[in-house]
Ligand binder design. Structure first.
Ligand SMILES: Nc1ncnc2c1ncn2[C@@H]1O[C@H](COP(=O)(O)OP(=O)(O)OP(=O)(O)O)[C@@H](O)[C@H]1O
Length: 263
């Protein structure tokens, strides 16, 4: 794993329909942090993740990777950066008819030459690594199981193993527990925390679940209406901060808010 420093500087994002999803967003993330981006629906969380994983471009501002603007990084470096960053999603984005092992191995396709990639000839080293990762995420017995036969939690574990296959420095977790029941969601966050603590992987998560975000993160970034309205540790979260992030109408107290935001 190659440590990376990520700096977001004065990012704006406006869409063609003139909706401004993000305004003047700035923050930095150091290697090994566990950061959660929280905020109400429409606050801009997904848009921020789409800028970070390169699915969208910002209208203004810049993303710096190790002090270099992302858009200026030469093709090879950009490929290296993408290799250093993996994303997991709410809906897992797995190939349902393929086995867990095959899904994990697909992470290596961008690094393979044409014919082995087309023929699915991953080789012993890649296969052993994929099997080790499936063991790491608790799916040693499921390697040949088609993904369609797995539970939601097992699917997210497979997606995490696939994300780890390229030894990322940064793991973007886009609503990783939104499709899961609370017990399974907590298990998945425990796994992400273990990966962050033991491997030093930076985890940047986007979540509606305030309570679990507070429990598992070092730092919370609160978005409201496209702007950062809070950036601090879970200890600094109080009723006033919650009202600032989620709005007055939905919140009376921390405990009540936890229910209001789906906890
Ligand atoms: N492709 C798009 N075109 C136009 N507007 C968009 C597009 N994507 C997002 N938006 C708008 O940008 C704003 C932020 O949306 P975004 O999906 O980032 O919010 P969010 O915080 O992730 O919400 P949720 O928690 O409901 O997923 C919203 O007003 C949304 O309608």
């Amino acid at each position: 794993m190659i440590p990376i420093k990520l700096q977001i500087q004065h990012i704006h994002k406006a869409f063609k329909n003139h909706v401004t999803a993000l305004e003047d967003i700035s923050f930095s993330i150091s290697q090994g942090e566990f950061v959660s981006v929280i905020g109400p629906s429409g606050a801009g969380k997904t848009t921020l993740f789409r800028l970070l994983n390169g699915t969208e471009d910002c209208t203004k501002g810049q993303i710096l990777i190790d002090d270099h603007p992302m858009e200026n990084i030469r093709r090879q470096q950009k490929r290296q950066f993408k290799k250093n960053m993996s994303t997991i999603y709410q809906d897992f984005c797995l190939v349902e008819n393929s086995s867990c092992l095959e899904n994990v191995l697909t992470a290596t396709l961008p690094d393979m030459s044409f014919f082995p990639a087309v023929l699915g000839l991953y080789g012993t080293a890649r296969t052993e690594k994929a099997l080790q990762l499936l063991t790491r995420v608790g799916l040693a017995e499921k390697e040949q199981e088609p993904v369609k036969n797995l539970s939601g939690g097992q699917k997210q574990r497979t997606a995490i193993a696939r994300a780890l296959m390229r030894q990322p420095s940064l793991l973007l977790a886009d609503e990783p527990i939104a499709s899961l029941d609370p017990v399974t969601g907590r298990q998945i966050l425990s796994l992400l925390k273990d990966i962050q603590q033991k491997d030093g992987v930076t985890v940047l998560m986007n979540s509606h679940n305030l309570e679990l975000s507070m429990e598992f993160s070092h730092r919370l970034i609160g978005l409201n209406n496209g702007r950062i309205v809070f950036d601090g540790s879970p200890d600094e979260i109080n009723d006033s901060v919650i009202r600032t992030i989620y709005g007055n109408s939905s919140v009376c107290s921390l405990n009540k808010n936890r229910k209001d935001v789906g906890l």
